[in-house]
Design a protein around this ligand. Structure first.
Ligand SMILES: [Zn+2]
Length: 224
């Protein structure tokens, strides 16, 4: 009985610490609550609430992603307050041209970053769990552009989450229309304080992301 109990405790310890084996201690919900009391800029904002009508296509809440597994229980997109405000500005800039954003991912709990790395360990395309992802800080956004009327995606260099060279934002494209659309998206995002990621045309980091901590908070907790 005693042995069983200690075996159980050892197992429980490993199960709970499995996602912290890369030397990071991400912020939990209680710490986050404390942080946003001190600094309201740290708050994770629900993008659908902040930007009415914003279209989401959260692939990690489906099996249609590179892991083939459902990673998120809820199809939600959150970002830190200043990041959400900047995305709202991009949306209104694009709307003037008859275009809109479609969001594939925003804030991502640290446990998901660990899972991605354990499925696919090439850090060109997935974040290293030793540093965590800028998505874990609520400062990165994956997105594309759609036509406001038809809701169809603009022609872009690759599909979302394509692990190919063509996904690099500097890749010389033969398809001139895709090159123009990519350049338009990058310019629209840069204007509002984002920088495109070196190997993914759809991933943008908010400038100043270093000031925000890595978090491991589920969407369910954020919706409390
Ligand atoms: Zn991303």
């Amino acid at each position: 009985m005693k042995l069983q109990l200690s075996l159980f405790l050892v197992f429980a310890f490993y199960a709970s610490s499995a996602q912290y084996k890369y030397g990071l201690t991400p912020t939990t919900y209680n710490q986050y609550q404390e942080n946003i009391r001190k600094n309201p800029e740290m708050e994770l904002i629900d993008l659908e609430k902040a930007i009415p009508g914003l279209l989401l296509d959260i692939r990690y809440a489906t099996t249609n992603n590179f892991t083939g597994e459902v990673i998120y229980n809820l199809a939600k997109a959150y970002a830190r307050k200043p990041v959400a405000e900047a995305i709202a500005k991009v949306q209104s800039d694009l709307k003037k041209k008859g275009l809109e954003l479609k969001i594939h991912d925003g804030y991502r709990p640290y446990s998901a970053t660990v899972k991605f790395y354990e499925v696919y360990s090439d850090t060109t395309f997935v974040a290293s769990p030793y540093q965590g992802s800028r998505h874990n800080r609520g400062c990165a956004i994956d997105l594309t552009v759609i036509d406001s009327k038809t809701k169809t995606e603009l022609n872009m260099p690759t599909p979302y989450d394509s692990f190919q060279e063509e996904a690099f934002p500097t890749y010389p494209l033969k398809d001139k229309e895709a090159a123009r659309n990519r350049a338009m998206l990058i310019a629209a995002m840069e204007k509002r304080g984002f920088k495109v990621y070196d190997s993914e045309w759809w991933h943008f980091d908010f400038v100043g992301w270093e000031k925000f901590d890595v978090m491991n908070i589920d969407f369910e907790e954020l919706m409390k």
